[in-house]
Write a protein that binds this ligand. Structure first.
Ligand code: PNS
Length: 164
């Protein structure tokens, strides 16, 4: 893109409860087609999160230290947040067929609410395809090794949460 063009901004929204190596992979991949990524941590997640909003944001900040990436939290509708930061695209990961229905519904609803905002789905790295925050929480809860799945700071935060 030319030096004078406005930077292309992507929003990568989620619960990040907690951030995993899968999220990190997607953030890096999205930088191939946007100039800045705003990681948007949802204040209100459907289920009671393990980590508080502040913990989820600070674990992301400790994990992702790239100049092109900002970590922010948002409340309310994602499309309103995306508009407020001037984003052109919403980035989501599509890991398996099981993700598809929920993701498709969300993308279509977001398009209804904001017709010019595109949702882009990225395929994660092969070895991270079946990784999710909920699996990480489950394994960590029972003392399993999650060192391949999350950064050391997240691993430590999980140990502290579960008293292990
Ligand atoms: O990591 P998650 O839990 O799959 O992320 C879901 C999230 C936070 C992206 C989604 O629930 C969301 O966008 N929430 C904000 C409220 C909103 O805009 N809802 C309408 C989307 S259809």
């Amino acid at each position: 893109m030319s030096a004078s063009a406005a930077p292309r901004i992507g929003v990568y929204p989620g619960s990040f409860d907690p951030v995993t190596r899968g999220h990190e992979d997607l953030i890096r991949r999205s930088l191939a087609f946007v100039d800045r990524v705003i990681v948007a941590v949802a204040v209100n997640v459907a289920k009671q999160p393990l980590f508080t909003l502040e913990e989820r944001v600070s674990l992301l900040r400790e994990t992702i230290r790239l100049p092109e990436v900002d970590i922010r939290s948002f409340d309310g509708l994602l499309v309103d947040f995306a508009r407020s930061v001037g984003a052109a695209v919403i980035v989501r990961g599509l890991r398996a067929v099981s993700d598809f229905e929920y993701e498709f519904q969300m993308a279509l609803m977001n398009r209804t609410l904001a017709p010019t905002l595109e949702t882009v789905f990225l395929v994660p790295a092969f070895d991270l395809t079946y990784l999710s925050s909920s699996l990480v929480r489950e394994v960590a809860r029972f003392g399993g090794d999650v060192s391949q799945l999350v950064q050391p700071s997240v691993q430590q935060a999980l140990r502290k949460k579960f008293g292990r």
